[in-house]
Design a protein around this ligand. Structure first.
Ligand code: IPE
Ligand code: IPE
Ligand code: MG
Length: 238
């Protein structure tokens, strides 16, 4: 989609990283970094959707993040239960969906997730995909199990399985990521959406997530617009 001078990516994904270091720099507890990160996410996601982005995926908690201290994990869970509802913006017609393994989460967390999804389920203009207790490898493994089940039940045939059908079995059937941003200066994916990032343009700003503001997102868009997306083909005419 064109927005004045820019090509606006259809699907943007952000690995929200650097909350802990943001807090440490200020002599604060890590949890206060997560609080600041969440407040930033609210502002930033709203700005990103206003720019015309149709799908925004964010990595909020990985399956591996359970390795952290209980106090920090509890704080992140509590943030979801008490604050994530404030991300709902029905005026913008945004459907919120969650991707990740729900079975390992507490009843309170699962209820909050279900409630947010229920409230926004009829919204059909944009999608806010929140990856929570999410692992890219696990997503692929669980999709494979569901496919095997459906083949066993005769619902699909082995020969029906292609990239398109496989994508539909992932936690949420969402098109590929166009622009993938990871804040905080780490140059890795950390088990984020592996299947959907096959051809994403990657952008790794050094900024810690609570400091990543709309103007920084605009810089990411500028950079995205300089990229030549070839998808294995030959340079496209701009
Ligand atoms: C990202 O910030 C948020 C989560 C992983 C939940 P971090 O908590 O990883 O922050 P750093 O990387 O320690 O600075
Ligand atoms: C990735 O960040 C997960 C989220 C942002 C939720 P981490 O901080 O957990 O990743 P590593 O440990 O640096 O790879
Ligand atoms: Mg981190």
């Amino acid at each position: 989609m064109k927005n004045n001078e820019y090509d606006i990516p259809y699907h943007v994904a952000i690995i929200l990283d650097g909350n802990g270091r943001w807090a440490k720099k200020r002599g604060l507890k890590r949890s206060l970094g997560h609080k600041a990160g969440f407040e930033n996410l609210k502002e930033l996601s709203s700005y990103i959707f206003d720019k015309g982005v149709k799908i925004l995926s964010v990595f909020a908690f990985s399956t591996e993040n359970f390795k952290r201290e209980k106090e920090e994990v509890d704080y992140l869970m509590d943030l979801l239960v008490t604050k994530f509802k404030t991300l709902i913006d029905k005026n913008k017609n945004i459907k919120i969906v969650f991707s990740g393994k729900r079975e390992d989460l507490s009843k309170e967390v699962i209820n909050a997730i279900n409630e947010i999804e229920e409230i926004t389920k009829e919204c059909d203009s944009k999608i806010f995909n929140i990856c929570f207790n999410y692992g890219g490898k696990l997503d692929i493994v669980e999709a494979t199990k569901k496919i095997v089940d459906d083949v066993g039940k005769g619902l699909i045939k082995k020969d029906d399985i292609d990239e398109n059908l496989f994508g539909k079995y992932l936690y949420n059937s969402i098109p590929d990521i166009d622009l993938l941003i990871r804040t905080s200066g780490e140059f890795r994916i950390s088990n984020f959406m592996l299947f959907q990032s096959a051809y994403s343009e990657m952008y790794f700003p050094k900024i810690l997530f609570p400091d990543f503001k709309p103007k920084d997102f605009d810089k990411a868009l500028e950079e995205y617009n300089k990229r030549d997306r070839r998808f294995g083909g030959i340079k496209k005419d701009k």
